[in-house]
Design a protein around this ligand. Structure first.
Ligand code: SAM
Length: 205
């Protein structure tokens, strides 16, 4: 189990991540049909889930952190949002219904899962997403500065160069990049820091 106390982090920071939706979502949005069904795995406090539901999508948002899910459920009630459900669950136990979701996202979730579990989840998502549906993933690569830290690390999974691309053989690749980004800081780590990331938007054909 990853020693990452998200409950504590979320308790202390009502908006741990920026309120802005992630860049990949903005990039892919033009390809989405309004009314599509969106699954957000490892949704955190729900910045992306809230953005998509407010843009006319139906949303299921799942996270391990009870604090995050309670906060998201409170926002849903406060803002009287329909078409969104927030579920507290480990993604390993969450059964993804087949051919229900048009878009399945995992924005910086996979790095917290053991590598075999992360790969299994990718395969499951590929099988379950609707035909012509989209998968949006961002995760850490071996270029992340934390990769060189001694064990035990807070991060479980790092992708090798081109590894994610190979996992999506047979899919239409809408966007793929491996790069080192400057994160301006967030709840828990306020100072700017770098991350090695891989980002993919892929469509099931
Ligand atoms: C870096 S945060 C990203 C949150 C969100 N996707 C966002 O972009 O704002 C990673 C999230 O993954 C969740 N997480 C980690 N392991 C998980 C698991 N096994 N099942 C479900 N969620 C998990 C954490 O609780 C945390 O909210």
């Amino acid at each position: 189990m990853v020693d990452m106390n998200y409950n504590q982090l979320y308790q202390q920071n009502k908006k741990t991540w920026s309120e802005q939706p992630n860049q990949l979502l903005k990039l892919a949005r033009q390809d989405f049909v309004p009314g599509s069904y969106f699954l957000d795995l490892g949704c955190g406090q729900g910045k992306d889930a809230l953005f998509v539901v407010k843009n006319g999508f139906k949303v299921t948002a799942v996270d391990l952190s009870e604090v995050a899910i309670k906060q998201l459920q409170a926002t849903i009630i406060e803002q009287n949002l329909k078409n969104i459900e927030a579920i507290q669950s480990d993604v390993k136990n969450f059964v993804i219904e087949k051919d229900v979701y048009d878009i399945i996202q995992g924005n910086h979730l996979l790095q917290f899962l053991p590598k075999p579990v992360a790969i299994e989840l990718i395969k499951d998502v590929q099988q379950k997403v609707k035909l012509n549906g989209f998968i949006i993933l961002a995760s850490f690569t071996i270029d992340d500065p934390s990769f060189k830290l001694p064990q035990p690390k807070k991060i479980s999974t790092y992708f090798e160069p081109q590894e994610m691309l190979r996992l999506f053989d047979g899919f239409k690749i809408i966007h793929y990049i491996e790069r080192v980004i400057l994160d301006q800081g967030h709840g828990g780590v306020l100072s700017p820091h770098q991350h090695g990331v891989v980002e993919i938007i892929a469509q099931k054909r």
